[in-house]
Design a protein around this ligand. Structure first.
Ligand SMILES: NC(=O)c1ccc[n+]([C@@H]2O[C@H](COP(=O)([O-])OP(=O)(O)OC[C@H]3O[C@@H](n4cnc5c(N)ncnc54)[C@H](OP(=O)(O)O)[C@@H]3O)[C@@H](O)[C@H]2O)c1
Length: 198
């Protein structure tokens, strides 16, 4: 069965954006969270235009190679420009979780789910086939963790305290125990890969 994982760039104080993110404003004042995509000389084999350090390219491409479907929260969808079409991953379809309709959604690589996280993960698993589902957004990550639907959590941890922004993890109804699978230090980022203990 395909796995469900979250892999986000995050500050040491736990933010996946800086202050004031939004449509047309990307990560707000937290754009340095994505600097590691472009601060090396090893091209990604998956994402055109990304040039990373060698260890980061290895980690990113391994994670991206697992993705059969992306599942994004409505904020990520609206703020990252997918509302105008396209997908975050070059080959994987995009599932969007929202409580509201998306007017004019016309890209056939995108599917809207408005009936909750369980249904969204089920639709994403179906779309992913033998591959895995990657969650995008702190709200969706937390909803999936609260529902016990997450197998792995990956932090691409950037050495900055942003002091504000959207949190990777929001309030959860119970503890979620994690086991460290791998820690890869790299220039400008440390890749921390955890498995959810069940
Ligand atoms: N640092 C990184 O690697 C990274 C990666 C991805 C995204 N981001 C950034 O993260 C920010 C967005 O994160 P976020 O935490 O604010 O939001 P998010 O998870 O992208 O979206 C949250 C929204 O999704 C919908 N949603 C979530 N759970 C739901 C549920 N159980 N049922 C129905 N709808 C549900 C709701 O939308 P409605 O109620 O409004 O319909 C909710 O307000 C963006 O700025 C994006 O650029 C950063």
């Amino acid at each position: 069965m395909s796995k469900v994982f979250i892999a986000l760039s995050v500050s040491v104080d736990g933010y996946i954006t800086g202050r004031d993110p939004g449509a047309g404003r990307g990560l707000g004042d937290g754009t340095m969270l994505f600097d590691w995509f472009f601060d090396g000389d090893t091209p990604s084999q998956v994402f055109d235009g990304f040039h990373l350090s060698e260890p980061s390219a290895r980690v990113l491409d391994a994670v991206a190679g697992r993705v059969g479907a992306s599942l994004a929260g409505r904020n990520t969808y609206d703020y990252s420009g997918w509302v105008h079409g396209g997908t975050p991953h070059p080959t994987a379809p995009l599932i969007v979780l929202s409580n509201r309709p998306v007017p004019g959604m016309s890209d056939d690589r995108q599917t809207l789910v408005t009936t909750g996280i369980e249904d969204a993960v089920a639709v994403a698993r179906e779309a992913a086939g033998d591959k895995d589902v990657a969650l995008m957004g702190g709200g969706v990550a937390t909803a999936a963790l609260a529902a016990g639907l997450v197998d792995e959590v990956i932090l691409h941890q950037v050495p900055v305290l942003l002091g504000g922004g959207r949190p990777y993890f929001q309030s959860l109804p119970a503890h979620v125990r994690l086991r460290l699978v791998e820690a890869v230090p790299a220039p400008g980022v440390t890749h921390l890969h955890y498995e959810v203990v069940r």
